[in-house]
Design a protein around this ligand. Sequence first.
Ligand SMILES: Cc1ncc(COP(=O)(O)O)c(C=O)c1O
Length: 458
Amino acid sequence: MEPSSRNWQTPSITQHKLGAMNKYGALRDSAYVEAMDGVRMDTLLKTYGSPLFVISERKLRENVRTLLRAFQTRYPKVIHAWSYKTNYLSVVCNILHQEGSFAEVVSEFEYEKARHLGVPGKYIIFNGPNKKLPILQTALREGAKIHVDHFDELYLLENLTRHSKKLVPITIRLNFNTGYGEPWNRFGFNLESGEAYEAARRIASHPKLRLTGLHSHIGTFMLDTRAYAAEIKILCDFMEAVESLTGTWIENLDIGGGFASCNALQGIYLPPEQVVPSFDQYAETICTTLLEATQNREARGKPRPTLTLETGRAIVDDAEVLLTSVVGNKKLPDGRRAVVLDAGVNLLFTAFWYHHEVRPIRALEGIPEETVLYGPLCMNIDVMRSSVFLPPLSAGDALLFSPVGAYNNTQWLQFIGYRPNIVLIQETGEVSVVRKAEDLNVMIGQEALPKKLQNSGF
Ligand SMILES: Cc1ncc(COP(=O)(O)O)c(C=O)c1O
């Protein structure tokens, strides 16, 4: 066909670069995402502004149900506790609580938030290294499941419970070397050094404390399911040893979080679909190991322990996306194309360690070219993607970053700009704002000025 002046496009030369192809073929740069759960992305942007976080209720519920099904069909007693720090938007917590998840909190704020949402103390797991006296007293009074992190916390609990009318069940957090990755040895009592046995002995000698649970969290984004098999074996050996040493009976094993989400961790060559285990794969390894390690318990009159999971990122990450719009184009001195977006690393903290998927929300004309995506902050660190192949973009074009549900709406920074609206697409297709965009009143709401500094002098 003869080119006409109407559809002529400026030619561009694309340097052939490693990375444009991988061994599975060309990168899927031209794919675009027009809608999520039947709701058009351009309509959402028009209604709620840009940038915009969008959560799918359907996906969130589906994920937690898939997790529970994978484990509950393989092991008789399984609990999921929602790790608040992963995403403590009220709407996310309540969806997961409605699905039966307990709350797993690590601070006074998170504890109070769980209580504010109506979670009774007995369904709250209170982790973390900093439980100050008043919140610890509240948690004890409300029957929360306290996971002790260190000896000073244990001494505090010993004093607080000395005159308690009932026995107070507690859990200790343990750390140890599974042989898979760098051990997280700054939380809990170390096993190899004997510290964990010492803690168990102290608890056993206290008149009111009773050790009923063991907890460990071996790391995060654990791609090798065998790490959990190692964790379970170590926990079960310790459980048996401590039971015969102190006469206590361990009712619960909490194996923490750490299952990888379907996100592309920087530095990992293969795409997440090929390296991230499914919930079934995690469950198969974990439950098989646990069933084997506890097979003789029932014969000895001890029920198998409940298995508690604190899965965070793998449940929420792919249930949320970030929509952002192009503010302007740049040509860098080395010839690469660059684009300034209206969302930066202050909103998408995980851009520091993931290569998120970036997709347009409509078909874009033109040849994909290597592009740097910058955020809007006047800071050099504000790089949303250092290299991604995208067709030419115009100001106003929107891009969709995914998955972004884990550790962004909690670790985001109140830096330079207002944080945007977050909306939920409900299962019915109805869209609701679940966190309003900030404005000047929010930003200055906590500030106070001494009298003589109440005006700027202009
Ligand atoms: C004690 C504990 N539980 C659960 C989690 C959630 O981990 P993830 O989001 O990797 O599943 C964390 C995260 O660091 C944690 O420290």
